[in-house]
Design a binder for this molecule. Structure first.
Ligand SMILES: Cc1cc2nc3c(=O)[nH]c(=O)nc-3n(C[C@H](O)[C@H](O)[C@H](O)COP(=O)(O)OP(=O)(O)OC[C@H]3O[C@@H](n4cnc5c(N)ncnc54)[C@H](O)[C@@H]3O)c2cc1C
Length: 454
């Protein structure tokens, strides 16, 4: 059916906003975005805000639907597995999956954001920069904006408003004032800081380029993702306070000493470590769950605004882009019947976004504490062997989340059953040749149906 000419107003030109905007514009809507920050294509970004992202199947699917993925090949680097670095600088490689196609893609957040904004504008989307949303009057369909340079206040009438304004969403803040709005936020007592490994002499990557590098150290870790300019974007995750924490790294000497003893190989590749360390802020990480995501078919939360998650499954934006896919499918099915579309959107997504939030916390513990543990590595081997033998039933949780578009809630549920199977099978053995295949088969057929996925 022809789309009703209508203006859709988005708050936030981060990652989800421009992708959704361009898809809505394709469908004939007028789309306006209000963004509080300056245009990053014209103004340099503030330090420590250029963290890389791992893009995987769900995100790639949405970008492909939007016709953008092919052109993005020049700004992504495939990462085929985890490269673990021990304190003694020994390296172990753990592939992400058993297929050639089982890799994730490192992409600079800024490059992705720019590509999305360019594509949205080419489709006629108008992005108003340095306009902060400071309030919404749901009764009178009005949003209140403040100009970040002049301080001037302005109100704009809206038909439908979508909050793509991230984990500290102002749109959600307005919904929170309404009755019966459920909201929970849970901060990790860990923070993160961005650091850089520059290109090596000769302009090459200083470490293997096609891996996500991890320095797991029990209760903290460092990771590094490759960039196309031959640098690595690193993220240091540490507790805010206590032993081995940001609190204790207050001087150049303490920072240099910490890296020398804990991450000697990485530290040796960071000539500007101390300057970087003190120039970049410490970020916090939060899980946010809330409901309902919509108000009377005219306002909606999407992406981090609806469901911020901690970054340890590399799924925040993949999940946000999947939100866009689902919302657009509902729009294509129901037309501009916004009450139906927004209501069904939350029903389709909430259970799944809650599930990925829980999986992300689980993966935090796995990456931090377990990827360096020999028992864990053995369990991973058994997992791959079971997948090899029972490919339609036993699919590792990581693969379901990262390489397939299986609903996250299904991945969580099946993952729990598979964990039980692995625990049982691995408990008294330390080699694949000791694996009890008949017990494995029995348990798998009993607990897992064939996996249906796209
Ligand atoms: C350290 C770290 C690593 C991560 N790694 C990964 C990864 O590997 N893979 C992955 O998939 N995800 C990752 N994520 C998660 C990912 O960054 C987020 O899920 C994603 O950015 C959410 O997109 P969004 O558009 O919903 O929000 P954002 O990208 O936060 O964009 C929100 C936009 O809204 C604007 N805004 C906010 N308030 C207002 C207002 N009042 N008025 C107007 N504009 C406003 C902001 O300026 C911003 O531009 C990571 C996150 C962190 C912190």
């Amino acid at each position: 059916m022809p789309w009703k000419a209508e203006t859709i107003t988005l708050i936030g030109a981060g990652l989800n906003g421009p992708l959704l905007a361009l898809e809505l514009a394709k469908r004939g809507f007028q789309v306006e975005i209000y963004e509080r920050r300056p245009d990053m294509r014209r103004v340099p970004m503030s330090a420590g805000r250029s963290i890389n992202l791992a893009l995987s199947t769900r995100g790639i699917y949405a970008l492909t639907q939007a016709g953008l993925w092919n052109a993005m090949q020049r700004i992504v680097i495939p990462m085929k597995g985890r490269m673990m670095h021990s304190t003694a600088s020994e390296i172990t490689f753990q592939p992400y999956g058993r297929n050639e196609s089982d890799f994730i893609n490192s992409i600079s957040r800024a490059e992705l954001n720019i590509a999305l904004m360019n594509a949205a504008e080419e489709r006629g989307v108008k992005i108003h920069f340095q306009k902060r949303c400071v309030g919404i009057d749901f009764k009178n369909d009005v949003i209140h904006l403040q100009d970040e340079i002049t301080g001037e206040a302005r109100s704009v009438r809206v038909n439908v408003v979508i909050g793509c304004d991230g984990s500290a969403s102002a749109v959600r803040g307005e919904m929170l004032k309404r009755t019966r709005f459920d909201f929970s936020q849970q901060y990790l007592d860990y923070g993160y800081k961005e650091l850089t490994i520059p290109a090596a002499a000769g302009g090459k990557h200083a470490l293997g380029a096609n891996a996500l590098h991890i320095w797991p150290r029990g209760n903290y870790m460092l990771i590094a993702l490759p960039n196309v300019d031959q640098t690595f974007a690193c993220i240091l995750f540490l507790p805010f306070e206590g032993k081995d924490s940001f609190e204790l790294l207050g001087t150049p000497r303490s920072v240099a000493g910490f890296f020398e003893s804990r991450f000697p190989d990485a530290g040796a590749l960071m000539p500007d470590l101390v300057d970087n360390f003190f120039a970049n802020p410490v970020g916090s990480m939060v899980t946010i769950k809330c409901s309902p995501w919509q108000v009377e078919g005219k306002a909606l939360l999407l992406g981090d605004a609806a469901h911020a998650i901690v970054p340890f499954f590399g799924q925040g934006i993949n999940c946000g882009f999947e939100d866009c896919t689902v919302l657009l499918e509902l729009l294509d099915r129901h037309g501009a019947d916004w009450s139906t579309v927004l209501g069904e959107f939350e029903i389709a997504r909430k259970e799944n976004t809650d599930a990925i939030a829980d999986l992300a916390i689980e993966n935090f513990v796995e990456m931090r504490d377990r990827v360096g543990d020999p028992r864990f590595l053995f369990r991973k081997k058994v997992e791959l062997a079971l997948q090899e033998k029972f490919p339609d039933r036993f699919v590792p949780k990581y693969s379901m989340v990262t390489f397939l578009r299986v609903p996250y809630a299904t991945a969580l549920k099946r993952g729990q059953a598979q964990d039980r199977i692995l625990t049982e099978l691995c408990q008294d053995i330390d080699g694949l040749n000791q694996l009890n295949w008949s017990k494995a088969g029995k348990m798998i057929y009993q607990l897992l149906t064939p996996l249906e996925c796209s």
